[in-house]
Design a protein around this ligand. Sequence first.
Ligand SMILES: [Fe+2]
Length: 319
Amino acid sequence: MDNLKQFFLRNFERILVFVILVVAFLGTLLVENTSVVLDFYFLPVLVAGYFLGKRSGLLAAVLSILLVLFSALLFPDRMFAATRIWHDTAAVCGWGGFLILTSVAVGSLYEVKERQLQDLKHAYIGVLEILSKYLESTDPYTKGHSVRVSELASAIAAEMRLSAAEIDNIRVAGLLHDIGKIEISGEVLRKAAVLSTGEQAYLESHAEKGARLLSSVGGVLKEVVPIVLAHHRYFVSKMESDATRSNTDTDSNSDTIPLGARIVAVADSFDAMTTDRPYRRAMPPWQALEEIVANSGRQFDPEVVEVFKQVATRHLEAV
Ligand SMILES: [Fe+2]
């Protein structure tokens, strides 16, 4: 059901174009006044060009023309009156030409808008990279951590074939996941000994602090906030959660943790394990990979771990 919902949401514009085309085609078959129905075909072409680009707009225009030609074959009298055959043929040809011109014009506007949006997005991600590098520059243990987490998390998301928008949100969440640490005392952050339970809880509150900080930014980071908030929460399968809920203080499960947070959790833990910390030495990458796999289904989402294994193995073999 979830897959169906995701498929619907991801392909909403395509489904909409398809439905309008079908309605227009049925109208061509059922309505006698075809000139009214022909105008209706501009709608799928405009929707396809505006939301999906020039190629899709052009495809919708060509499909519309083919559908009209097909209905003309079925009901030639309705489309081309015997007394004014040349007039009607010229009208249909003109209609087809305008349809194609409309798709190209709207599709071109879409592409200009997309290019500007991409430039803005690159600039925005670049500024966030600089910000995260600056925030980590004073701590030798976490230097470059956010950029590495962001790269690994977006590689996992791309391997899982998430949409471009979802991958961008995960990339940004990777850069900002620890931003709440600016409100955590440096004494706790750099403590060389193992933290007490109270200190651990205080340190982990950086996820909430970070989410609160980012919430104030508004709409641009709307999808990033839940990922930052949940990036330290444990994935616990429903069965195991039910069995252990009575004697554990965690209430995490896959329904409440966004997929982006489950991906960032794996990337974050892998990078943390493979870099030196004040209280321990870095773990070799292969050992860290085994550690992540050993915690699959408890701390980490098994589906994410499977994809992470492929991404990490490819990367480690290439080094
Ligand atoms: Fe964190």
